[in-house]
Design a protein around this ligand. Structure first.
Ligand code: KOT
Length: 788
């Protein structure tokens, strides 16, 4: 459809001809789908033009393989990137509808758990904005991350079903399908190695175009759905076995049925390994098919193809690519390893030992017998090339996916400066010594189109008014705001935008039963619930602060709303106890007549991308309080700083770089460094020592233990006063101090706003455009193109 047509007409057209509804009977979902189709029509031409340009200019393509793409809603992103907000608003006004309501009807596509998946989504958008020819490859989960609700303060999970409504963005590609085998045996036949799987499923492609800023370029997110080879077992049906007849279909579909709800843990399940191989193998076959349509010399593969492994989940790509090149295309194995390594690179996202993937050799041999052989060959080849050391890809009967990914990658990267250094010193120490040029850093970033422009229209309008709109795809231009930190008129406008965002959020929370004062400080911690992220440190400090207020309510306290958001993995008992404690504390504190006007705790359920887009623009204080050395980077921290929230944080992950850029005076630092953390753990009874030294901490823990917030929280108190691996007790005193510094600073609102402006002005480096350019330069050796 030509892009010049009137959006309003196109919406009406789709309402009638694509949805079969007349305007008088259309529901909000019909309108939303009609708008989505009208917008999608406008993406198709730039999308085709991008593909044509890549073929015409023989560009190198980047393939981003990820188990997770936490894309959230797509409609607003597309409308914003095409510059159609005003037109869309006008179109709906004419029908007495609000664009916000229409946009708000879209389900939040939660095909990911947290930071790793959201990073992949920001990268897709930046790749398109930059014009880097790229494909995202992943799984089309029928059910994304579970929905969270609270019952008596405890997390309840229910299935997510984003596909119950038609998914307006995707194009099904029944012709793009591959047969993916599992199990079976390996034989030598006439000098060739042949793997004959014992079972197989079909991977079918679904494509979603991802449009970049101003519609200049569009890439593809290709997600694979698992289908049975044989839909239906007619023999079993005819024999009266009706359930059995549907079994092949059910078994196959299980593979793409549901996202594993774990974040930074390794569940080690057979189905998970099947999912990993399923999407990796389908993607590699697709990549080779596309390459061979243009070129018949497979030795040129690394010049045309860059394959990024988003953590080790797709690390089976190493052996699978070797298998395709050697067994199926006839290349010698050693050569195939070299070619594969030229294409592959690997991003590590965590150093937590429990998240480093390992698969038992037995399971691997059972499910992927040829790959197990090739892993042994890769291991042996690596040992031959590097005879001095004893690094192996297996340990104690397990295949180690980290070392395998490392050995098969030409570049390995960490996601913040600190994390990358720790990678070199800890998990990959030996491999780094052998390959000192392989590990590089690419500090994470976030897309400013979603996280500033569309999430925070008030701030965006103010920025554009002050410095023009060039910042949207050149975020370091935000530095031009720096002088305006000293301009009272600008500060007032900045503060007014924040105040209006807070009022919106207060309304939203009020509708959900949490009444909060929009003039109080909005203090936000949103992320997965995990001991290393230390939500329990935050809530224990909240209790201590509440006790202090209660002692002396008239002492001029700064009113605060403590906002929490986040899900716990369903099997992570301790994290669920933390959730329960936060809700229990909220229940007591929020109904306390002495302190209610000074301190509130709000924990809106079902934190997701859409809720983040509401919370971040309204935040004044960003809680980034992980145990130093544990948070690889963090990306929420960047979104907050860009939106003018000040950080209270440890020297962990990208917090270090945020503080360097925004300035130590505009950042509330507390806690031990990564080195101090390691030393502190050696101190006998460190937790008890910290508690003995701080009566406030002791009193807060006593209150929890004695049942002030109800029974059942002994586990948390025992942990914090006993083993306390994450050093909640040892960091408490300094955290409490930092929080009082925060209040002192907040009491001078104008000075606070100045610091907030400086946070925005100095955070432009955290655009994912900068990160992607770094990968293109240091890892992919690829170049941006222009469509047409
Ligand atoms: C999950 C399972 C296995 C291995 C790694 C993970 C993982 C790591 N999931 N999310 N992460 C986070 O990735 C983000 C993007 O790089 C980081 O900002 C964050 O610190 C990681 O925890």
């Amino acid at each position: 459809m030509p892009t010049k047509t009137d959006l309003r007409d196109d919406i009406q057209h789709h309402l009638k001809y694509s949805l079969g509804k007349d305007a008088g009977h259309a529901q909000i979902t019909d309108w939303r789908l009609a708008l989505s189709y009208a917008i999608r029509d406008r993406i198709v031409d730039p999308w085709f033009a991008s593909t044509r340009a890549t073929y015409a200019q023989k560009g190198k393509r980047v393939y981003y393989l990820s188990m997770e793409f936490l894309i959230g809603r797509l409609l607003e992103d597309a409308v914003v990137n095409l510059g159609l907000m005003d037109e869309a608003e006008a179109a709906f006004k004419a029908n007495d509808l609000s664009l916000d309501d229409v946009l708000g009807d879209e389900p939040d596509a939660a095909l990911g758990n947290g930071g790793l998946g959201r990073l992949a989504a920001c990268f897709l958008e930046s790749l398109s904005t930059i014009g880097c020819p790229a494909y995202g490859y992943g799984i089309r989960y029928e059910h994304g991350l579970f929905k969270q609700s609270f019952h008596e303060g405890r997390q309840i999970e229910s299935p997510e079903d984003w596909l119950t409504q038609p998914h307006a963005w995707e194009f099904e590609r029944p012709e793009a399908a591959f047969r993916i085998g599992f199990g079976g045996s390996v034989e030598e036949l006439g000098g060739k190695t042949v793997w004959t799987p014992s079972e197989a499923v079909i991977a079918e492609a679904f494509d979603t175009p991802i449009i970049g800023w101003e519609g200049r370029w569009a890439n593809t997110l290709r997600l694979w759905a698992a289908k049975p080879e044989q839909v239906f077992d007619l023999d079993r049906f005819n024999a009266g076995d009706y359930y059995g007849a549907a079994e092949p279909e059910n078994l196959a579909r299980t593979i793409s049925r549901v996202l594993y709800p774990d974040d930074t843990t390794d569940e080690g399940k057979r189905l998970r390994l099947k999912q990993e191989f399923f999407f990796t193998a389908a993607s590699l076959r697709d990549i080779l098919r596309r390459f061979e349509s243009e070129c018949d010399d497979l030795e040129l593969l690394p010049q045309k193809v860059a394959i990024q492994l988003n953590d080790t989940h797709p690390a089976i790509a190493g052996p699978e690519l070797v298998r395709l090149l050697a067994d199926e295309k006839g290349m010698p194995v050693e050569k195939a390893i070299e070619i594969a390594r030229g294409c592959l690179s690997y991003t590590n996202h965590t150093l937590l030992p429990e998240a480093l993937e390992r698969w038992s050799e037995g399971l691997m041999r059972d499910l992927l017998p040829r790959h197990m052989q090739l892993i042994e060959e890769i291991d042996a080849a690596h040992a031959r090339e590097n005879p001095s050391r004893g690094v192996t890809m297996t340990d104690d009967g397990d295949v180690l996916m980290g070392p395998l990914a490392f050995a098969m990658a030409h570049k390995v990267n960490g996601v913040s400066a600190l994390h990358t250094e720790l990678m070199k010193e800890t998990v990959f120490e030996e491999l780094h010594r052998l390959h000192p040029d392989r590990i590089v850093n690419q500090t994470n970033g976030v897309t400013p189109r979603r996280w500033v422009l569309s999430a925070n229209p008030r701030l965006s309008a103010l920025i554009t008014e002050a410095i023009g709109d060039g910042w949207v795809d050149d975020l370091e231009r935000l530095s031009k705001l720096e002088p305006m930190a000293d301009d009272k008129t600008f500060r007032d406008a900045f503060a007014a935008a924040k105040r209006a965002n807070k009022a919106d959020l207060a309304n939203y929370l009020g509708e959900r039963g949490a009444n909060v004062d929009p003039d109080a400080m909005f203090d936000v911690q949103i992320k997965r619930i995990h001991e290393y992220k230390r939500q329990h440190l935050n809530i224990i400090e909240t209790i201590a602060h509440w006790q202090e207020i209660k002692d002396n309510p008239g002492a001029g306290w700064v009113p605060r709303v403590k906002i929490f958001g986040g899900k716990a993995a369903p099997g992570y008992v301790f994290a669920k106890e933390i959730i329960h404690l936060i809700n229990a504390v909220a229940e007591v504190i929020n109904t306390d007549a002495d302190t209610g006007h000074l301190l509130k705790v709000a924990y809106p359920a079902n934190y997701n991308v859409t809720l983040a887009e509401r919370l971040i623009p309204a935040a004044e204080l960003s809680e980034q309080i992980s145990t130093a050395g544990k948070e690889a980077s963090g990306t929420g921290n960047m979104k907050f700083a860009l939106n003018g929230a000040l950080t209270v944080g440890t020297l962990d992950g990208a917090n270090v770089e945020i503080r360097d850029l925004v300035g130590a005076d505009n950042f509330f630092l507390f806690g031990m460094t990564a080195d101090e953390v390691v030393k502190r753990r050696e101190v006998e009874g460190h937790a008890q020592k910290a508690i003995d030294a701080d009566p406030r901490l002791k009193r807060a823990l006593d209150a929890i233990r004695s049942g002030t917030f109800g029974p059942g929280f002994e586990g948390i108190v025992d942990n914090v006063s006993g083993p306390d691996y994450f050093l909640v007790a040892s960091d408490f005193t300094d955290f409490y101090r930092a929080q009082r510094e925060v209040e002192k600073a907040y009491a001078d609102q104008d000075a606070w706003t100045r610091m907030a402006v400086l946070n925005t002005a100095r955070s432009g480096w955290f655009s994912s455009d900068r990160t992607i350019r770094g990968y293109m330069r240091d890892v992919w050796y690829s170049e941006a193109l222009a469509a047409e």
